[in-house]
Design a protein around this ligand. Structure first.
Ligand SMILES: NC(=O)c1ccc[n+]([C@@H]2O[C@H](COP(=O)([O-])OP(=O)(O)OC[C@H]3O[C@@H](n4cnc5c(N)ncnc54)[C@H](OP(=O)(O)O)[C@@H]3O)[C@@H](O)[C@H]2O)c1
Length: 295
């Protein structure tokens, strides 16, 4: 399926009266998703770490007529995720949409205070905890969109690797965390009957902060690619705004029967990797994560 341009597929949807939280919305894909949801009429609260950029996005959203606020939280610190959840719960009566978009890539392997590899902690454990802590403010019929990546296809999930960094490789760790995103969305859908939970690949976007910790040659390639107009790449290279289309579509439209828990690319469900379709693995990851965050 050819992905529609930003807003085109969802322009007619009315999110007036709906409330959304978009994590990692200080820049990149998340900022564009937040603004797109604001244009559709939703009140949109945003999260990130850079307060200046976050406040600017909230202010832009208010300029669109939305109620908006910015929440700061570092995802490698679960106490900050707990506080984020508390602050969101204090701020909103109900959440209709949660977009788990925040994500990071780290070139250097480290364990967090919890003893978990940092990428997995930030990209999987943090949204896992946030979503569960927000469970009772998520409106019946609410939509949870977890932003994964096609790179999940190169990953496998060895639980021993989640608490070790001896053989750390940044892209492998990132891919593993993105596999966990697909498994989490799938298992969440299985565990809830009043919510829709899906995951997606937004696109390949060289012009975002996700590459900031990548090795210099990778950063150089991304810099060059981000200067190439999308039309010259046959749509293979995205801008933050073209990459916002699929997450926005999922946040703003109802799913068909059988699509709950699915993985999407270009606004359509696609088969994820065999490992990402493994229900037993999804359940095991949920139990492992729940234990880690003392759910
Ligand atoms: N770029 C791509 O090609 C691509 C492809 C597939 C999937 N994705 C996924 O798309 C999502 C958005 O990425 P992006 O490309 O838009 O990258 P980005 O520009 O770096 O945006 C990432 C967002 O996450 C926040 N974030 C990063 N590390 C964090 C941490 N430790 N704690 C809390 N928040 C943190 C950032 O906050 P601050 O900036 O305020 O620090 C920022 O708002 C990610 O989940 C990524 O895995 C990206």
């Amino acid at each position: 399926m050819v992905r529609p341009e930003v807003g085109a597929s969802v322009q007619h949807r009315d999110l007036e009266g709906a409330t959304a939280l978009v994590t990692g919305a200080t820049g990149g894909v998340g900022r564009e998703v937040a603004l797109a949801l604001g244009r559709l009429g939703a009140d949109v609260h945003v999260h990130g770490r850079n307060a200046d950029r976050g406040e600017r996005v909230a202010s832009d959203l208010r300029g669109l007529g939305a109620d908006a606020s910015f929440f700061l939280a570092e995802y490698t610190d679960l106490d900050q995720v707990e506080t984020l959840a508390e602050r969101v719960r204090d701020r909103v009566d109900e959440l209709d949409v949660l977009v788990n978009n925040a994500g990071a890539h780290f070139d250097e392997g480290r364990l967090t205070d919890l003893g978990v590899e940092r990428t997995f902690h930030a990209n999987h454990l943090a949204p896992f905890l946030l979503t569960n802590r927000l469970r009772d403010v998520l409106a019946s019929g609410g939509r949870i969109v977890t932003v994964s990546s096609e790179v999940h296809r190169r990953a496998s999930l060895d639980f021993e690797e989640l608490t070790a960094v001896d053989a750390y490789e940044g892209l492998d760790a990132y891919a593993r965390s993105k596999l966990a995103n697909v498994l989490f969305a799938r298992e969440l859908a299985r565990r809830t009957d009043d919510l829709t939970s899906v995951s997606c690949h937004p696109g390949f976007v060289p012009a975002t902060g996700i590459w900031r910790n990548a090795p210099l040659p990778v950063r150089a390639v991304m810099l060059v690619l981000s200067a190439v107009p999308r039309s010259l790449t046959f749509g293979r290279v995205d801008t933050p705004s073209s990459a916002a289309v699929t997450p926005t579509f999922l946040a703003a439209t109802d799913r068909e029967d059988g699509e709950n828990g699915a993985y999407f690319r270009d606004c359509a469900p696609v088969e994820p990797s065999p490992e990402a379709s493994d229900d037993a693995l999804a359940e095991r990851l949920w139990e492992w994560s729940a234990q880690r965050v003392s759910l």
